[in-house]
Design a protein around this ligand. Sequence first.
Ligand SMILES: Cc1cc2nc3c(=O)[nH]c(=O)nc-3n(C[C@H](O)[C@H](O)[C@H](O)COP(=O)(O)O)c2cc1C
Length: 327
Amino acid sequence: MPRQLHLGGFEIASHVAHSHAAWRHPGSDLDFLSPDYWHRVGRTLERGLFDFVFFADLLAVPTNFGDDESEALRRGTQASATIDPSLVVASIAAVTRQLGVAITKSTTYFHPFEVARVLATLDHLSGGRAGWNIVTSLSRAEARNFGFDQGLEHDLRYDRAQEFVEAAVALWESWEPGALVGDKTGGLFADPDKVHRVDHDGRFYRTRGPLPTPRSPQGRPTLFQAGSSPKGKDFAARWADAIFEIDPTPEGRRAYYDDVKSRASNAGRNPDDVLIFPSFIPFVGETTAIAREKQAFHNELADPVSGLITLSVHTDHDFSDYDLDAP
Ligand SMILES: Cc1cc2nc3c(=O)[nH]c(=O)nc-3n(C[C@H](O)[C@H](O)[C@H](O)COP(=O)(O)O)c2cc1C
């Protein structure tokens, strides 16, 4: 059987995604607050036969760098200006037909009921194309936006995530297939025998259910994850339909692949059901030389301080006091 290449477009509902230099490129559009911008992105990816558009999300303007946001704002660092991806993808879904639409929702700062309802709604509005990137959130800046002095400890975040997803799945399954009847003459709207309480009462969450949102086309959204710690990889192997992987070397990528596939098998899953998406940032040109020239031009726009701010966010460590040339 021929193998198929799957492609996902990586976005943030923002002026840049991975490259903080991109917004300064003369060819970049800056109308990321308009629906037209995202419709163009969605239509372009669909025309290019991408499987899905994926939206990462960080719940804070970067404040980890010297406990101040001004440098991030001035330089347009990643996540310095974002809008809500769930609303963006609802808009993209309306102008596309095939493209998967995946959003990030944090298990640390939201409640399973809320996330289950948003994703079920998105699955309806997109005709079964919704995806959820399950993250536990990275930084103190995010914690402070939700009223906490700091984030939760790493493994505890994953314990909560585990229970969070169990509760969300129970909510999605609270409507059996066929529960929504809509029989006008018989006067039966929904069959109560096919809609169930959830009564989840766990260590971290309680929810009675049922979900008010009828069962969605996929039953549950496609689940994405990107764990790289042992606990994160076990979580991904247990739940994810698709996993993002960003190791910079081919050997590292191979090792990650083998590791996650064997964890999936240990979790009782068929490893072939867990797709791994290695990341890359393409520079496209008619020849290699043209592509390299475009890359060099892009790289000249990259700002080392913006890079350090992003590093501070991703590692939750303040790099503002380090000498740039020191180890
Ligand atoms: C491609 C990719 C996308 C990610 N997107 C997000 C995101 O949108 N929001 C977020 O809080 N974390 C995001 N993460 C971080 C992961 O959820 C995870 O915390 C990180 O990879 C570290 O793994 P670990 O927690 O198992 O150590 C992303 C990671 C990768 C590799």
